[in-house]
Design a protein around this ligand. Sequence first.
Ligand code: PAN
Ligand code: ZN
Length: 187
Amino acid sequence: MNVPNISMPELFFGGATLTGTGITKSLRTIGDLAGIFADETAWAALSPDKLVYEVYSHLSVPEGTEGGLFFGLTRLFPGKAGNEYFMTKGHFHRKIDRMEYYWGLEGDGILILMDENRSVRAEKMFPGSLHLIGGGIAHRVANTGNVPLSFAACWASDAGHNYQEIADNGFAARLMEINGTPQLCTI
Ligand code: PAN
Ligand code: ZN
């Protein structure tokens, strides 16, 4: 019996791109990242229009809906403000117990994870790396390479984002280039 119900997918996830129906794109420039980098003079010397990262998202249900999933692809460009690698703002989820998967697609970087007691650890990201971010864990990614770092993410549609905690208190450690290698520093 021939059931004529096979369609093309609405979304296309090829390597490090996400295209298709209902994709939204947001940009974060140097100007959007005030207060994020340790060396404010080095940050201020960069063009405020310089693109640091872009996020392509597929928000399949209204934000806050219980039971749904969101999918995102972040492309984080290489660069530094002083000795600190370009990185995402980082956040806890507003519903703090909500978990998330990240996985590396292209480039090299480091995922910085901080629990609610401000204890920090980090995991290397590279094409094929898979990271389960547990509940109650703030997460931020730094690009330690010379090419864009792209990673995909999948998280609960009721997770939300709490940027304020990180804006107010930062992470307890920063990823700095010291003698040519990335190191977590508590400055
Ligand atoms: C990701 C992040 C994305 C950008 O989709 O939102 O990588 O990082 P910031 O949101 O910290 O600027 C995610 O973790 N969603 O929950
Ligand atoms: Zn998240």
